[in-house]
Design a protein around this ligand. Structure first.
Ligand SMILES: NC(=O)c1ccc[n+]([C@@H]2O[C@H](COP(=O)([O-])OP(=O)(O)OC[C@H]3O[C@@H](n4cnc5c(N)ncnc54)[C@H](OP(=O)(O)O)[C@@H]3O)[C@@H](O)[C@H]2O)c1
Length: 320
């Protein structure tokens, strides 16, 4: 089968299309003939070699999220899965391939009317957006800021906050054109990456959902209202300054909260329940997915170049 591996850490040209043996599902796993493969920011981080200390090596087969049809089941898996169209989480490896394996607990039936591309755009990121707002104890009427809203996590967070009755949904983004697209999805105020602009934006926010992190994180802590909650879900802008916690202590009398959130800490059955409900919402048009571009699997290098150039709004999808 055709697959894409990291021949050499670094820029996208280090990706290589190779022929690999078709994987055999282990006990508890299914094999999926892929029709859509999600390309995530974390794939670029692994490709650059940034996570080599965590055991990622050259030769790694990228990809964690696929959609397609079940074509084999491992021992102990109900044969009724055969032929079903599914979404699946493959872990941090194995997705960029014509055939992928996943544990049956990480597989979800696709509802009629949902494309594979939509499924891999919403499947992982929608759950992060949902539970991040939940951990922030977001309530109707509150003001929300989504920092780094132009990716698939932010795009869903904006929609969920708007539908949840937020008093205002501000976003940070890098261009007016993106701001217009985010307004169309429910944003009420558009700020630049530093949090400036949007002259009529609220001075403070009850909830911040942050996909970016990085050196400017402290600036956004300052934007929390008293009793405000800040939930960090990503680090696309790098790690925050080591002393950012002092900002919270300096604002002691505002009773602020800072949390990291990883969907790994949510029980699998809860993740699947939310994912299933979001897939239904997408079918009915109640939740929109933004597929930036669908490229052939063997053009994964173009997908990574687009990500590195900051050109992706939503998600790039590979189609074998
Ligand atoms: N918490 C979890 O459970 C979980 C699960 C999966 C992934 N993640 C994490 O989520 C992140 C990826 O999320 P995503 O796919 O939604 O994001 P993304 O598409 O990679 O990035 C979102 C947006 O952030 C902005 N951005 C990029 N670099 C920036 C910088 N240096 N400073 C300020 N803004 C910047 C860009 O928008 P503009 O150009 O418009 O500013 C970009 O479109 C990764 O850190 C990944 O590890 C977390």
């Amino acid at each position: 089968m055709k697959a894409v591996v990291i021949r050499e850490f670094g820029n996208p040209d280090g990706l290589e299309v190779v022929d690999l043996p078709v994987p055999v599902p282990a006990p508890g796993q299914v094999r999926i003939t892929t029709e859509a493969i999600g390309v995530g920011g974390v794939d670029a981080v692994i490709r650059r070699g940034t996570l080599a200390a965590y055991g990622f090596r050259e030769g790694h087969l990228l990809g964690s999220e696929v959609a397609g049809s079940v074509t084999a089941v491992g021992e102990g898996v109900d044969a009724s899965w055969m032929g079903r169209r599914v979404w699946a989480f493959t872990g941090l490896s194995g997705g960029y391939a014509e055939q992928a394996v996943a544990s049956v607990e990480d597989v979800l039936l696709l509802p009629d009317g949902l494309t594979g591309a939509d499924a891999v755009t919403l499947g992982g990121s929608g759950v992060v957006a949902h539970f991040a707002l939940d951990r922030a104890r977001f309530a109707p009427g509150e003001t929300v800021l989504v920092r780094g809203a132009a990716g698939s996590i932010g795009i869903t967070a904006v929609q969920l906050a708007a539908k949840g009755g937020a008093g205002a949904v501000a976003v940070t983004t890098s261009s007016a054109e993106r701001g217009t697209r985010l307004r169309d999805l429910g944003a009420t105020h558009v700020l630049d990456r530093s949090g400036e602009g949007g002259s009529d934006a609220p001075a403070g926010f009850d909830v911040v959902i942050d996909v970016v992190g990085g050196p400017q994180l402290s600036l956004f802590l300052d934007r929390l209202n008293p009793n405000g909650r800040y939930v960090a879900v990503g680090v696309v802008g790098g790690q925050p300054p080591a002393d950012f916690g002092m900002r919270l202590m300096d604002a002691f009398r505002k009773s602020l909260s800072f949390a990291t959130f990883s969907s790994d800490t949510v029980p699998g059955s809860d993740r699947q329940a939310v994912r299933s409900s979001q897939f239904d919402d997408a079918v009915h048009g109640d939740l929109r997915t933004v597929v930036h571009e669908v490229l052939p699997l063997d053009q994964a290098v173009l997908a990574h170049r687009a990500m590195d150039a900051g050109k992706v709004f939503g998600r790039v999808v590979l189609a074998p």
